[in-house]
Design a protein around this ligand. Structure first.
Ligand code: GLA
Length: 389
């Protein structure tokens, strides 16, 4: 499905005119480095070939019209000082972005906008970042403003914090913006240096959407973040070097002080410290062609999400367990916030059907539902596109 084409067609049929700006932004898969972004740590991620197109034109008023292209449902909100909707969250991502752009002087008037995408919602593939980033690029283009990519990512994060209530890091937005075909995105979330590493040839990422979400909204995520901050504060008081985030804590520090820490904070800190190490090791594996070593680190990462960060669930554990006993899966782990969503697996391209055919009936037998498999292509990042006739 060409989402850009569909968004344009729906825009013309709803508004009876052409949009004047358009952008496409992909979803993302987190490949290694879980809950490390807001701890100033490292992540390897990829933009995927599922995304959202946002099309818009200025309307000369101080109010914004927004249509969700899948439902063909319209909401209207004021450009100045809008209050988030409480009955559905999708407009809030765009509202947050519009407020950010308005404050920067990058939005001259309200707009008539529409978005349409194919990132499965609730799958942990960041349909929200795809929406935020496509909206930010398209709306900035209405006034001809060019915004630096890191600043663009921050506009999306602010929308999540202030209009959705999730205290997320910058991972989803950066992955969507910096994606590169056949390359993983390596981000240092302290310096915000972003580089890319070639994805191993002949291999694919198989995303298995569990179709479940066990979280009670944003509160579980925010609670994990608070525990990490509390653990960082603990070390800041004890170590004789500056600690501003868990990035500054080593495995040795953890071992030395574990007994003095709250049990929960020690577990959370172990996860983050271990994940940072694994991302560095995994990058070296990629650079030396050790795909199997990379895969082992993915399994280790999942075990840590399960046991230390406690953000997994039965469905994800089952899929990763089954994957680990399948001879053709090199690595598997949960991806993203956790509590459901998707498992990501690394395997040779030629092994996909064998793996899916083995796992599907077992999962069905255990949970009574099917997981949804997607072979995702490691893709390029967000960009504006021409509105042609
Ligand atoms: C969600 C958040 C990201 C990141 C991941 C976990 O996707 O939006 O900022 O924290 O969870 O790594």
């Amino acid at each position: 499905m060409n989402v850009a084409h569909t968004a344009l067609r729906k825009y013309r049929s709803w508004y009876r005119r052409d949009p004047t700006a358009a952008a496409y932004a992909p979803g993302r898969v987190e490949v290694l480095g879980n809950h490390t972004d807001y701890n100033d740590g490292f992540v390897l991620s990829a933009a995927i070939d599922f995304g959202t197109a946002f099309v818009a034109a200025p309307n000369g008023r101080r109010r914004c019209r927004l249509v969700a292209g899948d439902l063909m449902r319209e909401v209207v909100f004021p450009l100045d000082d809008p209050a988030p909707f409480s009955d559905h969250s999708w407009p809030n991502y765009v509202m947050g972005v519009a407020v950010g752009l308005n404050e920067m002087g990058a939005l001259e008037t309200g707009f008539d906008g529409l978005f349409f995408g194919n990132v499965p919602i609730g799958s942990g593939l960041s349909s929200s970042a795809a929406l935020e980033m496509s909206a930010t690029l398209a709306l900035a283009a209405l006034s001809g403003t060019t915004i630096d990519r890191i600043e663009t990512a921050r506009i999306g994060r602010r929308a999540e914090h202030e209009f959705v209530g999730a205290k997320t890091g910058l991972l989803d937005q950066i992955s969507s913006l910096f994606g590169r075909e056949n390359h993983l995105v390596l981000t240092d979330f302290r310096t915000l240096d972003v580089s890319t590493v070639p994805f191993p040839k002949g291999h694919v990422l198989l995303v298995c959407d569990t179709k479940t979400k066990h979280s009670l909204g944003e509160s579980d995520y925010n609670e994990r973040r608070e525990a990490c901050e509390s653990a960082a504060a603990f070390f800041a008081e004890r170590l004789d070097r500056p600690v501003s985030a868990l990035r500054d804590v080593t495995v040795d520090d953890l071992e030395r002080y574990r007994a003095e820490m709250s049990h929960t904070d020690a577990l959370r800190a172990s996860h983050v410290v271990g994940e940072n190490r694994r991302v560095i090791e995994a990058t070296a594996c990629l650079e030396s062609g050790d795909v199997a070593g990379f895969g082992r680190l993915m399994f280790e990462s999942h075990a840590s999400s399960k046991n230390n960060f406690e953000t997994s669930c039965d469905e994800l554990d089952f899929l990763v367990e089954e994957a680990s006993s399948h001879p053709r899966v090199l690595g598997a782990r949960l991806s993203g916030g956790g509590f459901g969503g998707s498992a990501v697996m690394l395997l040779a391209e030629c092994a996909v059907s064998s793996v899916v055919e083995t796992l599907l009936p077992r999962y069905h037998e255990r949970f009574g539902v099917r997981f949804e498999p997607h072979v995702v292509r490691v893709s390029g990042g967000a960009a504006t596109f021409e509105v042609d006739a």
